[in-house]
Design a protein around this ligand. Structure first.
Ligand code: PLP
Length: 371
């Protein structure tokens, strides 16, 4: 084959796909493994969602509503914004893609942090844009350094708040100051995939940032149903933004980008507020339990505003990751992110959390990381 592959595509490192659970179990000769690696919700969606999806199976021969009318209305009434300020995506991943497609031309610049969510840089590369990457400082976004890099060519700034993988957040006053320092031609994208788990006083005021534009940069908020609502598999996310930005994003999206099951699942999930609250409570309880137990084993847990957190295991994280796999426990080693001695774990069910702690204790003992 004689393919003419553009250099920007050739140089992309493919997203490393996680192995399916049953493959991994076969490889390691284990059964009943638990996955605490992908920041998913271990309790799954509301039972009302499952029921609604079952009923919706009868409509699979129809195209979905391309305007996502009812889901958009539901999000608008929950968040207090106008339906015209909402764009839905096949996961919030797709909102990132739309933003880059709509606003980045070859040679334009986009700023993001490292480590942070990997997809920002990938879509920019596909588009032939330039990624300007700012290292985190003390596990936090370095807003002054980001501001320093802004120039005439800058189109977008991606900031995940809370940050993945560290779970840290930026104090709202610092963010407001940052927004007012960034020029109007730059869109700042605040990726709030984990906003549901944040303390109220740390959340920024979406409504006022969308409405009071007064000579500063526009801000786009990204949210998802993949985390607190337990719908990672359905792929639904959305962005909140000025109408002018939303109409650009609608121009670059496919007409039926949100499938019918996803629309029904997300609407029903929004309606079940008790279940949502229960998920948040379970998550907070799980994080508190895990942090205490992990610290008790001699590791250091890091504070988080999400459903995951970092642990300093006081020794090589890759080795520990491998050993935990033989115990049927899948976590994420952070060595590829430059944190050699860190793993990241997602909160599991009570049973999974207990199993993780036992497995961690055994592996730490074997590796003699902590005395
Ligand atoms: C910071 C951050 N942003 C976005 C996403 C993507 O979420 P979605 O499933 O909505 O595409 C993730 C997923 O893990 C994430 O961690």
């Amino acid at each position: 084959m004689k393919l003419n592959i553009p250099e920007n595509i050739e140089s992309i490192k493919p997203y490393p796909p996680g192995k399916p659970l049953d493959e991994l179990e076969r490889e390691y000769g284990i059964t009943n493994s638990i996955k605490l690696a992908s920041n998913e919700n271990p309790w799954g969606p509301s039972p009302k969602v499952i029921k609604a999806l079952g009923a919706e199976l009868l409509n699979l021969h129809r195209y979905p509503d391309g305007s996502c009318h009812y889901l958009t209305e539901a999000i608008a009434s929950k968040s207090g914004v106008d339906p015209a300020e909402i764009v839905l995506g096949n996961g919030s991943n797709e909102i990132i893609e739309f933003l880059v497609k709509a606003f980045v031309r070859e040679g334009d610049e986009v700023i993001s942090s490292h480590p942070s969510f990997l997809m920002y840089q990938k879509f920019v590369q596909v588009r032939g844009g330039t990624n300007n990457v700012v290292p985190l400082v003390d596990m936090h976004h370095d807003l002054p350094a980001i501001k320093e890099l802004v120039n005439e060519k800058t189109r977008l700034i991606f900031i995940d708040n809370p940050n993945n993988p560290t779970g840290t957040t930026i104090p709202p006053v610092e963010l407001y100051r940052f927004f007012s320092d960034i020029p109007e031609h730059v869109i700042v994208v605040l990726d709030e995939a984990y906003v549901d788990f944040m303390d109220e006083e740390l959340k920024v005021d979406v409504y006022s940032l969308l409405r009071n534009k007064d000579g500063r940069c526009p801000v786009v908020f990204m949210r998802t149903f993949s985390k607190a609502y337990g719908l990672s598999g359905l792929r639904v996310g959305f962005g909140l933004m000025a109408k002018e930005i939303a109409s650009c994003l609608h121009k670059v999206r496919q007409p039926f980008n949100i499938n019918q099951m996803a629309q029904v699942g997300a609407i029903t999930a929004l309606e079940d507020e008790d279940y949502y609250q229960q998920t948040l409570d379970f998550t907070a309880r799980g994080i508190a339990f895990l942090s205490k137990e992990v610290d008790g084993l001699g590791c250091t847990s890091y504070p988080t505003q999400t459903n995951f957190f970092l642990i300093d295991v006081k020794g090589n994280a890759d080795k520990l990751y491998q050993l935990l796999l033989y115990e049927g426990v899948i976590v994420r080693s952070m060595s590829a992110y430059g944190f050699e001695n860190f793993i990241r774990i997602t909160v599991g069910t009570e049973e999974e959390n207990i199993r993780f702690v036992k497995a961690l204790a055994k592996c730490l003992d074997e590796l003699e990381y902590v005395k």
